[in-house]
Write a protein that binds this ligand. Structure first.
Ligand code: HGY
Ligand code: MN
Ligand code: MN
Length: 426
Protein backbone atom coordinates (compact mmCIF):
# COMPACT_ATOMS: atom_id res chain seq x y z
CA UNK A 1 0.00 0.00 0.00
CA UNK A 2 1.45 3.44 -0.92
CA UNK A 3 2.52 5.77 1.87
CA UNK A 4 -0.16 8.30 0.87
CA UNK A 5 -2.92 5.66 1.05
CA UNK A 6 -1.58 4.41 4.40
CA UNK A 7 -1.59 7.92 5.70
CA UNK A 8 -5.12 8.61 4.49
CA UNK A 9 -6.25 5.35 6.09
CA UNK A 10 -4.41 6.38 9.23
CA UNK A 11 -6.04 9.81 9.35
CA UNK A 12 -9.43 8.08 8.94
CA UNK A 13 -8.66 5.65 11.77
CA UNK A 14 -7.58 8.61 13.90
CA UNK A 15 -10.94 10.34 13.38
CA UNK A 16 -12.83 7.22 14.48
CA UNK A 17 -10.56 6.85 17.50
CA UNK A 18 -11.04 10.52 18.38
CA UNK A 19 -14.81 10.12 18.50
CA UNK A 20 -14.45 7.21 20.91
CA UNK A 21 -11.91 9.11 23.04
CA UNK A 22 -14.27 12.09 23.43
CA UNK A 23 -17.12 9.75 24.43
CA UNK A 24 -14.83 8.16 27.03
CA UNK A 25 -13.86 11.58 28.43
CA UNK A 26 -17.56 12.35 28.85
CA UNK A 27 -18.17 8.99 30.52
CA UNK A 28 -15.32 9.52 32.99
CA UNK A 29 -16.48 13.09 33.66
CA UNK A 30 -19.58 11.59 35.29
CA UNK A 31 -17.38 9.95 37.94
CA UNK A 32 -16.97 12.41 40.80
CA UNK A 33 -16.89 12.66 44.58
CA UNK A 34 -18.86 15.95 44.53
CA UNK A 35 -22.28 15.88 42.81
CA UNK A 36 -22.72 18.77 40.40
CA UNK A 37 -19.01 19.13 39.63
CA UNK A 38 -16.03 17.03 38.54
CA UNK A 39 -13.78 16.25 41.52
CA UNK A 40 -11.54 13.19 41.90
CA UNK A 41 -8.78 13.06 44.53
CA UNK A 42 -5.90 10.81 45.55
CA UNK A 43 -6.93 7.20 46.47
CA UNK A 44 -10.63 8.14 46.65
CA UNK A 45 -13.54 5.78 45.86
CA UNK A 46 -14.18 7.91 42.75
CA UNK A 47 -10.72 6.99 41.50
CA UNK A 48 -11.57 3.30 42.08
CA UNK A 49 -14.65 3.85 39.90
CA UNK A 50 -12.45 5.34 37.17
CA UNK A 51 -10.23 2.24 37.35
CA UNK A 52 -13.28 -0.04 37.17
CA UNK A 53 -14.45 1.84 34.05
CA UNK A 54 -11.11 2.11 32.26
CA UNK A 55 -9.74 -1.32 33.14
CA UNK A 56 -12.13 -3.25 30.84
CA UNK A 57 -11.46 -0.80 27.98
CA UNK A 58 -7.74 -1.45 28.38
CA UNK A 59 -8.14 -5.23 28.70
CA UNK A 60 -10.32 -5.28 25.57
CA UNK A 61 -7.43 -3.57 23.78
CA UNK A 62 -5.15 -6.45 24.73
CA UNK A 63 -3.45 -4.86 27.74
CA UNK A 64 -2.51 -6.48 31.01
CA UNK A 65 -4.01 -4.10 33.60
CA UNK A 66 -2.87 -3.51 37.17
CA UNK A 67 -3.27 -0.93 39.92
CA UNK A 68 -0.17 -0.08 41.90
CA UNK A 69 0.12 0.69 45.61
CA UNK A 70 0.05 4.43 44.97
CA UNK A 71 -3.27 4.09 43.12
CA UNK A 72 -1.82 4.48 39.61
CA UNK A 73 -3.67 2.65 36.82
CA UNK A 74 -1.23 0.75 34.59
CA UNK A 75 -1.84 -1.11 31.34
CA UNK A 76 0.89 -3.00 29.46
CA UNK A 77 0.56 -3.80 25.76
CA UNK A 78 3.33 -6.12 24.58
CA UNK A 79 6.04 -8.21 26.17
CA UNK A 80 6.99 -7.37 29.77
CA UNK A 81 10.68 -7.83 28.95
CA UNK A 82 10.63 -5.59 25.84
CA UNK A 83 11.89 -2.00 25.77
CA UNK A 84 8.95 0.17 26.84
CA UNK A 85 7.37 3.40 25.68
CA UNK A 86 5.33 4.94 28.52
CA UNK A 87 2.31 7.04 27.56
CA UNK A 88 0.45 8.65 30.42
CA UNK A 89 -1.01 11.51 32.37
CA UNK A 90 -3.21 11.89 35.48
CA UNK A 91 -6.78 10.84 36.38
CA UNK A 92 -7.29 13.08 39.40
CA UNK A 93 -8.71 16.60 39.13
CA UNK A 94 -8.87 20.02 40.73
CA UNK A 95 -12.20 20.98 42.33
CA UNK A 96 -14.90 21.85 39.77
CA UNK A 97 -12.66 20.61 36.98
CA UNK A 98 -13.08 20.23 33.27
CA UNK A 99 -13.40 16.86 31.52
CA UNK A 100 -10.04 16.73 29.73
CA UNK A 101 -7.19 17.86 32.03
CA UNK A 102 -5.12 14.70 32.56
CA UNK A 103 -7.76 12.19 31.45
CA UNK A 104 -7.18 13.03 27.81
CA UNK A 105 -3.52 12.01 28.02
CA UNK A 106 -4.31 8.62 29.55
CA UNK A 107 -7.02 7.92 26.99
CA UNK A 108 -4.59 8.96 24.23
CA UNK A 109 -2.35 6.05 25.28
CA UNK A 110 -5.30 3.65 25.05
CA UNK A 111 -6.37 5.11 21.69
CA UNK A 112 -2.87 4.68 20.23
CA UNK A 113 -2.74 1.05 21.35
CA UNK A 114 -6.15 0.43 19.76
CA UNK A 115 -5.41 2.42 16.57
CA UNK A 116 -1.93 0.94 16.07
CA UNK A 117 -3.67 -2.36 15.27
CA UNK A 118 -1.42 -5.36 14.91
CA UNK A 119 1.72 -3.28 14.20
CA UNK A 120 4.67 -5.31 15.35
CA UNK A 121 6.66 -2.63 17.16
CA UNK A 122 10.06 -3.50 18.68
CA UNK A 123 8.78 -2.12 22.01
CA UNK A 124 5.91 -2.52 24.44
CA UNK A 125 3.59 0.35 25.39
CA UNK A 126 2.71 1.01 29.03
CA UNK A 127 -0.24 3.34 29.59
CA UNK A 128 -0.20 5.08 32.98
CA UNK A 129 -3.08 6.88 34.68
CA UNK A 130 -1.41 8.69 37.59
CA UNK A 131 -3.39 8.91 40.82
CA UNK A 132 -2.56 12.45 41.88
CA UNK A 133 -0.97 15.22 39.85
CA UNK A 134 -3.00 18.18 41.11
CA UNK A 135 -2.36 17.85 44.84
CA UNK A 136 -6.02 18.61 45.59
CA UNK A 137 -6.29 16.31 48.66
CA UNK A 138 -2.90 16.86 50.31
CA UNK A 139 -1.69 20.14 48.76
CA UNK A 140 1.50 18.50 47.43
CA UNK A 141 1.27 17.57 43.72
CA UNK A 142 2.59 14.64 41.65
CA UNK A 143 2.10 11.98 44.36
CA UNK A 144 1.32 9.24 41.79
CA UNK A 145 4.22 9.86 39.42
CA UNK A 146 6.58 10.54 42.35
CA UNK A 147 5.72 7.10 43.74
CA UNK A 148 6.58 5.52 40.37
CA UNK A 149 10.02 7.18 40.25
CA UNK A 150 10.70 6.44 43.92
CA UNK A 151 10.43 10.03 45.17
CA UNK A 152 7.31 9.76 47.33
CA UNK A 153 9.21 10.07 50.59
CA UNK A 154 10.24 12.36 53.46
CA UNK A 155 8.11 15.40 54.13
CA UNK A 156 5.67 14.52 51.35
CA UNK A 157 4.50 11.51 53.37
CA UNK A 158 3.66 13.79 56.31
CA UNK A 159 1.33 16.12 54.38
CA UNK A 160 -2.17 15.83 55.83
CA UNK A 161 -5.61 16.22 54.27
CA UNK A 162 -8.58 18.14 55.69
CA UNK A 163 -9.38 15.15 57.96
CA UNK A 164 -5.85 15.08 59.37
CA UNK A 165 -4.98 11.86 57.50
CA UNK A 166 -1.35 11.82 56.28
CA UNK A 167 -0.16 10.61 52.88
CA UNK A 168 1.64 7.75 54.64
CA UNK A 169 -1.54 6.68 56.46
CA UNK A 170 -3.60 6.93 53.26
CA UNK A 171 -1.07 4.75 51.40
CA UNK A 172 -1.00 2.14 54.18
CA UNK A 173 -4.78 1.97 54.29
CA UNK A 174 -4.97 1.71 50.48
CA UNK A 175 -2.42 -1.13 50.33
CA UNK A 176 -4.22 -3.03 53.12
CA UNK A 177 -7.51 -2.82 51.23
CA UNK A 178 -5.85 -3.87 47.92
CA UNK A 179 -3.58 -6.86 48.57
CA UNK A 180 -3.36 -7.45 44.79
CA UNK A 181 -1.96 -3.97 44.10
CA UNK A 182 1.45 -4.14 42.39
CA UNK A 183 4.59 -2.26 43.37
CA UNK A 184 4.56 1.41 42.32
CA UNK A 185 7.78 1.45 40.37
CA UNK A 186 9.19 2.33 36.99
CA UNK A 187 10.02 -0.57 34.68
CA UNK A 188 13.76 -0.83 34.14
CA UNK A 189 12.87 -1.29 30.43
CA UNK A 190 11.28 2.17 30.23
CA UNK A 191 13.04 3.88 27.30
CA UNK A 192 10.79 6.91 26.84
CA UNK A 193 7.77 8.75 28.23
CA UNK A 194 5.21 10.62 26.10
CA UNK A 195 2.44 12.79 27.55
CA UNK A 196 -0.42 14.41 25.65
CA UNK A 197 -2.19 17.24 27.49
CA UNK A 198 -4.47 20.17 26.72
CA UNK A 199 -2.43 23.37 26.63
CA UNK A 200 -4.47 25.09 29.35
CA UNK A 201 -3.45 28.37 27.74
CA UNK A 202 -4.21 30.57 24.68
CA UNK A 203 -1.07 30.19 22.55
CA UNK A 204 -2.01 27.39 20.12
CA UNK A 205 -5.43 28.92 19.51
CA UNK A 206 -3.85 32.33 18.84
CA UNK A 207 -1.50 30.68 16.32
CA UNK A 208 -4.31 28.58 14.76
CA UNK A 209 -2.39 25.37 15.50
CA UNK A 210 -3.83 22.06 16.71
CA UNK A 211 -0.66 20.70 18.35
CA UNK A 212 2.38 22.13 20.14
CA UNK A 213 5.64 20.45 21.12
CA UNK A 214 6.71 21.10 24.72
CA UNK A 215 10.45 21.69 25.22
CA UNK A 216 10.40 22.47 28.91
CA UNK A 217 8.22 23.08 31.96
CA UNK A 218 8.40 25.98 34.40
CA UNK A 219 9.50 25.29 37.95
CA UNK A 220 6.97 25.76 40.70
CA UNK A 221 6.90 26.65 44.40
CA UNK A 222 3.93 25.95 46.68
CA UNK A 223 3.94 27.96 49.93
CA UNK A 224 1.80 28.85 52.93
CA UNK A 225 1.57 32.37 54.38
CA UNK A 226 -0.19 32.87 57.74
CA UNK A 227 -1.03 36.26 59.27
CA UNK A 228 -1.76 36.36 63.02
CA UNK A 229 -3.51 39.49 64.38
CA UNK A 230 -6.18 39.92 67.06
CA UNK A 231 -9.76 38.76 66.63
CA UNK A 232 -12.37 41.13 68.03
CA UNK A 233 -15.84 42.59 67.91
CA UNK A 234 -16.63 44.11 64.51
CA UNK A 235 -18.77 46.83 66.09
CA UNK A 236 -16.73 48.14 68.97
CA UNK A 237 -13.12 48.20 67.73
CA UNK A 238 -12.02 51.49 66.12
CA UNK A 239 -10.26 50.96 62.78
CA UNK A 240 -7.00 52.50 64.02
CA UNK A 241 -6.76 50.01 66.90
CA UNK A 242 -7.28 46.82 64.92
CA UNK A 243 -4.85 44.05 64.06
CA UNK A 244 -7.05 42.67 61.31
CA UNK A 245 -5.40 39.56 59.77
CA UNK A 246 -7.61 39.60 56.65
CA UNK A 247 -6.98 43.27 55.89
CA UNK A 248 -3.25 42.54 56.28
CA UNK A 249 -3.50 39.56 53.89
CA UNK A 250 -5.32 41.72 51.35
CA UNK A 251 -2.65 44.42 51.67
CA UNK A 252 0.04 41.77 51.18
CA UNK A 253 -1.68 40.21 48.14
CA UNK A 254 -1.88 43.46 46.22
CA UNK A 255 1.77 44.09 47.08
CA UNK A 256 2.71 40.58 45.96
CA UNK A 257 0.86 41.10 42.68
CA UNK A 258 2.77 44.33 42.00
CA UNK A 259 6.10 42.66 42.83
CA UNK A 260 5.36 39.67 40.56
CA UNK A 261 4.55 41.95 37.63
CA UNK A 262 8.11 43.26 37.90
CA UNK A 263 9.50 39.73 37.30
CA UNK A 264 9.03 39.14 33.54
CA UNK A 265 7.05 35.96 32.68
CA UNK A 266 6.61 35.10 36.36
CA UNK A 267 3.25 34.16 37.87
CA UNK A 268 2.09 34.07 41.49
CA UNK A 269 -1.35 32.98 42.69
CA UNK A 270 -3.18 32.89 46.01
CA UNK A 271 -5.75 30.19 45.31
CA UNK A 272 -6.88 29.39 48.84
CA UNK A 273 -7.59 31.71 51.79
CA UNK A 274 -9.09 30.84 55.17
CA UNK A 275 -10.04 33.45 57.79
CA UNK A 276 -10.60 32.52 61.44
CA UNK A 277 -12.84 32.53 63.37
CA UNK A 278 -14.97 33.29 60.31
CA UNK A 279 -17.86 35.16 61.92
CA UNK A 280 -19.47 37.96 59.92
CA UNK A 281 -19.26 40.22 62.98
CA UNK A 282 -15.77 39.21 64.09
CA UNK A 283 -12.47 40.81 63.05
CA UNK A 284 -10.37 37.92 61.61
CA UNK A 285 -7.55 37.03 63.98
CA UNK A 286 -5.81 34.43 61.79
CA UNK A 287 -5.67 34.17 58.00
CA UNK A 288 -3.99 31.31 56.12
CA UNK A 289 -3.17 31.76 52.40
CA UNK A 290 -1.75 29.40 49.80
CA UNK A 291 0.83 30.78 47.36
CA UNK A 292 1.79 29.21 43.99
CA UNK A 293 4.81 30.78 42.24
CA UNK A 294 6.14 29.73 38.82
CA UNK A 295 8.91 30.66 36.41
CA UNK A 296 10.95 28.94 33.68
CA UNK A 297 14.20 29.84 35.52
CA UNK A 298 14.63 28.49 39.05
CA UNK A 299 16.82 31.40 40.18
CA UNK A 300 14.13 33.93 39.24
CA UNK A 301 11.41 31.87 40.94
CA UNK A 302 13.44 31.59 44.17
CA UNK A 303 14.13 35.34 44.19
CA UNK A 304 10.44 36.09 43.63
CA UNK A 305 9.33 33.79 46.46
CA UNK A 306 11.74 35.61 48.78
CA UNK A 307 10.51 39.03 47.63
CA UNK A 308 6.89 38.02 48.26
CA UNK A 309 7.79 36.66 51.70
CA UNK A 310 9.63 39.94 52.47
CA UNK A 311 6.49 41.85 51.49
CA UNK A 312 4.46 39.73 53.95
CA UNK A 313 6.92 40.56 56.72
CA UNK A 314 6.86 44.28 55.83
CA UNK A 315 3.03 44.37 55.91
CA UNK A 316 2.95 42.50 59.25
CA UNK A 317 5.51 44.92 60.73
CA UNK A 318 3.56 47.95 59.47
CA UNK A 319 0.29 46.69 60.91
CA UNK A 320 1.61 45.20 64.16
CA UNK A 321 0.81 41.56 63.30
CA UNK A 322 2.88 38.36 63.19
CA UNK A 323 3.40 36.42 59.98
CA UNK A 324 4.83 33.00 59.05
CA UNK A 325 5.74 32.22 55.45
CA UNK A 326 7.18 28.93 54.23
CA UNK A 327 7.59 26.82 51.08
CA UNK A 328 6.38 23.23 51.47
CA UNK A 329 6.84 21.98 47.93
CA UNK A 330 8.94 22.91 44.94
CA UNK A 331 9.76 21.33 41.63
CA UNK A 332 12.63 22.69 39.56
CA UNK A 333 12.13 23.72 35.94
CA UNK A 334 12.63 20.78 33.58
CA UNK A 335 13.95 20.58 30.01
CA UNK A 336 12.57 17.61 28.05
CA UNK A 337 14.72 15.15 26.07
CA UNK A 338 16.10 16.95 22.99
CA UNK A 339 16.08 13.82 20.80
CA UNK A 340 12.54 12.80 21.77
CA UNK A 341 11.24 16.36 21.39
CA UNK A 342 12.68 16.42 17.85
CA UNK A 343 11.12 13.01 17.17
CA UNK A 344 7.71 14.27 18.32
CA UNK A 345 8.11 17.38 16.17
CA UNK A 346 8.93 15.19 13.15
CA UNK A 347 5.86 13.09 13.84
CA UNK A 348 3.64 16.18 13.75
CA UNK A 349 5.19 17.32 10.49
CA UNK A 350 4.76 13.81 9.03
CA UNK A 351 1.00 14.38 9.35
CA UNK A 352 1.37 17.52 7.25
CA UNK A 353 0.69 19.89 10.12
CA UNK A 354 2.64 22.90 11.34
CA UNK A 355 3.60 23.16 14.99
CA UNK A 356 5.61 25.27 17.43
CA UNK A 357 7.83 24.55 20.41
CA UNK A 358 6.56 25.73 23.77
CA UNK A 359 7.43 26.00 27.44
CA UNK A 360 4.69 24.85 29.80
CA UNK A 361 3.66 27.19 32.63
CA UNK A 362 1.51 24.38 33.98
CA UNK A 363 3.08 21.51 35.87
CA UNK A 364 2.67 18.01 34.48
CA UNK A 365 3.73 14.48 35.41
CA UNK A 366 6.30 14.71 32.60
CA UNK A 367 8.40 16.97 34.86
CA UNK A 368 8.61 14.21 37.45
CA UNK A 369 9.33 11.43 34.93
CA UNK A 370 11.78 13.40 32.74
CA UNK A 371 14.80 13.22 35.10
CA UNK A 372 14.44 9.41 35.05
CA UNK A 373 13.25 8.58 31.50
CA UNK A 374 13.72 10.64 28.29
CA UNK A 375 10.39 12.45 27.99
CA UNK A 376 8.35 14.45 25.49
CA UNK A 377 5.02 16.27 25.72
CA UNK A 378 2.46 17.28 23.11
CA UNK A 379 -0.07 20.05 23.78
CA UNK A 380 -3.50 20.10 22.17
CA UNK A 381 -5.26 23.37 21.41
CA UNK A 382 -7.62 24.27 24.22
CA UNK A 383 -10.36 26.73 23.12
CA UNK A 384 -10.04 29.99 25.07
CA UNK A 385 -7.23 28.42 27.10
CA UNK A 386 -9.99 27.64 29.60
CA UNK A 387 -8.97 24.92 32.06
CA UNK A 388 -9.46 23.99 35.72
CA UNK A 389 -13.04 24.96 34.87
CA UNK A 390 -16.18 23.12 33.69
CA UNK A 391 -16.02 24.99 30.36
CA UNK A 392 -12.67 23.33 29.54
CA UNK A 393 -12.88 21.85 26.03
CA UNK A 394 -10.93 20.33 23.16
CA UNK A 395 -11.97 19.89 19.50
CA UNK A 396 -12.49 16.34 18.21
CA UNK A 397 -10.53 17.29 15.07
CA UNK A 398 -7.55 18.24 17.24
CA UNK A 399 -7.78 14.95 19.12
CA UNK A 400 -7.81 13.18 15.74
CA UNK A 401 -4.72 15.19 14.74
CA UNK A 402 -3.04 14.12 17.98
CA UNK A 403 -3.86 10.45 17.39
CA UNK A 404 -2.63 10.71 13.79
CA UNK A 405 0.59 12.32 15.07
CA UNK A 406 0.85 9.69 17.79
CA UNK A 407 0.76 6.87 15.22
CA UNK A 408 3.55 8.62 13.29
CA UNK A 409 5.42 8.99 16.61
CA UNK A 410 5.18 5.21 17.14
CA UNK A 411 6.73 4.66 13.70
CA UNK A 412 9.50 7.16 14.40
CA UNK A 413 10.11 5.63 17.84
CA UNK A 414 10.25 2.12 16.32
CA UNK A 415 12.98 3.29 13.93
CA UNK A 416 14.73 5.00 16.85
CA UNK A 417 14.59 1.80 18.95
CA UNK A 418 15.77 -0.41 16.05
CA UNK A 419 18.69 1.96 15.49
CA UNK A 420 19.55 1.80 19.21
CA UNK A 421 19.33 -1.99 19.05
CA UNK A 422 21.65 -2.10 16.02
CA UNK A 423 24.20 0.15 17.77
CA UNK A 424 24.12 -2.08 20.88
CA UNK A 425 24.70 -5.20 18.74
CA UNK A 426 27.53 -3.56 16.72
O1 HGY B 1 -0.91 23.22 38.75
C1 HGY B 1 -0.62 22.81 37.62
O2 HGY B 1 0.14 23.43 36.92
C2 HGY B 1 -1.21 21.55 37.08
O3 HGY B 1 -2.46 21.83 36.50
N1 HGY B 1 -1.36 20.59 38.12
MN1 MN C 1 -4.49 20.56 36.16
MN1 MN D 1 -3.09 18.28 34.15
Amino acid sequence: MSAAVTDTARAGAARVAATRLMERCRALAKITEAPGQILRTFLSPAMDDVHRTMGPWMEAAGMVVAIDRAGNLRGLYGRADAPRLLIGSHLDTVPNAGAYDGVLGVLMGLALVEASGEQNYPFAIEVLGFSDEEGTRFGAPFLGSRAVVGELEGGLLECVDSDGVSVAQALRQYATQRPDAVEAKLSDRADAYLEFHIEQGPVLESRNLALGIVEGLAGQSRCNVEFRGVAGHAGTNPMKMRKDALAAAADWMTGAEAITKRFENAVATVGQIAAEPGGVNVIPGVVRCSLDVRHAEDGVRTALVQAIFDEARAVAMRRGLRVEAGQYHEHPAVRLAVELVALAERAVRNTGQATIRMTSGAGHDAMVIAPHVPSAMVFLRNPGGISHHPDESVAKEDVAAAIHMGLCFLDEFAAHESERGDKKRA
